[in-house]
Design a protein around this ligand. Sequence first.
Ligand code: SF4
Length: 336
Amino acid sequence: MPEQLSETHHFALNWQLQLSEAFTTIEDLCEYLELSLNELAISQAASKQFAMRVPLSFAASMQKGNPDDPLLRQVLPIRDELVDYTNFSLDPVGDIQAAVQPGVLHKYQGRVLLINTGSCAINCRYCFRRNFPYNDLQLSKQQESGAIEYITSDPTITEIILSGGDPLLLSDARLASLIRQIEAIGHIKRIRIHSRLPIVLPARVTDELVKILANCSKQMILVVHSNHANEINGRVITACNLLKNSGITLFNQSVLLKGVNDNAAILCDLSEKLLAVGIIPYYLHLLDKATGTGHFEVSEIEAKILVEQVQNTLPGYLVPKLVKEQAGAASKQYLL
Ligand code: SF4
């Protein structure tokens, strides 16, 4: 069957089926991208440590035949992941220390983060939680009532962050039920959802999902995660329009990644494309030093120079805040 036809068929499927057809082997992804395995520093051992997963919607935005494609670099398991870099660790941002009960991280004043699932639609090789012990520390359905009790008992908590993994991988029913329980807590003002799904699996943004988010009585904020303008394809634009038109506030956070977006022109292009679809560029994170990710690191000095170049090019509202996270600190650190 011509490839065009099979992609058309794939993108007509619902999001769960699209997810089930994601690339999970290096061979399949490389065949699709018309790349020879010999021209890449691939590592099956790295993919055993942290499984590869790439939805077709994301892979379809890669340039075929380009081993240096910035989207491919984010997802392809390579030998560099096995290099032991100093100062890189399994829990670089102190998540485990901040866990007050399974699935509940209370790190910053006024905000509590719920780890709703350990699954993602895409496995980003630079992920700061790639070594997170999700089996012990994700919030199961049975544990939700304990989390809700914890939040209810502390009136200083005003914002709940749904994170993971990717919280939009929860079923509509479970997400709606969780949101209803949070809505019933009087001192909560906002629910913030951190998700890469509108970018990597935009089919997840269904009318039903948008209704659940938009009908919430608390302010609803969705923070998406995009690192490169090439990620924002036509399907992503459609999904973002649905979200934006329903009144949901959209922000983006990116990670500064060597070989992906460590270039002022690329960062400017990303900011412009984000705003064009109604997403405010919010954070540009320095890499969190998770074991297996050292080859993505951009130094703090280089990062500051890059963001100054972006500042000299774009209006302030298009310049993301350059931040880094330090385990145990009371907030993220602003670097400029
Ligand atoms: S989507 Fe987020 S949590 Fe999931 S692998 Fe990528 S960076 Fe990590």
